[in-house]
Design a protein around this ligand. Structure first.
Ligand code: ZN
Length: 158
């Protein structure tokens, strides 16, 4: 028992950085008309989107821009079951979520849950851009819908 606690303590001491957020990965923006938004952001940012990708499970179509180290993810509903359609109906178009890259998404979710943050997804699921993703409820994150994401090929099961 003591040995186990000691190992947990050592892990906390030396690997706390492993569990923390690595960087702001992308900013999600809810849009009504993806083509119109792509044209607008192309003009605004001076670069073209580098990919468009549908996420069937979420009923969204995404479009990505690379801006320095950070990506801009435009999100449009593909049908009215989409949470994006719901979001736009309630709040209009605009800033939807911040996505932070983490090293170990399961561990980060468990850690944040224990710290009192409210999880929307208890387990990560497949997202766009080769990521496993999970959301934290804005009620517990200062009103900002927050996504954790992890690259699928970064030591995780696919
Ligand atoms: Zn996202």
């Amino acid at each position: 028992m003591f040995v186990l606690l000691f190992l947990v303590y050592l892990k906390r001491m030396f690997f706390v950085g492993e569990m923390s957020v690595k960087k702001l990965e992308h900013i999600g923006i809810a849009v009504k008309d993806l083509a119109a938004a792509e044209a607008l952001f192309t003009k605004l940012l001076g670069c073209e989107p580098y990919k468009r990708e549908a996420v069937e499970s979420e009923h969204v179509i995404t479009s990505f821009f690379q801006v320095g180290d950070v990506k801009i993810e435009l999100l449009a509903a593909s049908n009215n079951q989409s949470t994006i359609a719901n979001f736009i109906e309630k709040r209009g178009e605009g800033l939807h979520h911040l996505a932070f890259e983490v090293n170990d998404i399961e561990e980060s979710l468990s850690e944040k849950s224990h710290e009192g943050f409210q999880l929307i997804h208890q387990q990560p699921k497949d997202g766009a851009d080769n990521k496993r993703i999970a959301f934290l409820h804005p009620k517990s994150t200062g009103g900002v819908l927050t996504e954790f994401c992890q690259e699928k090929n970064n030591n995780s099961q696919v």
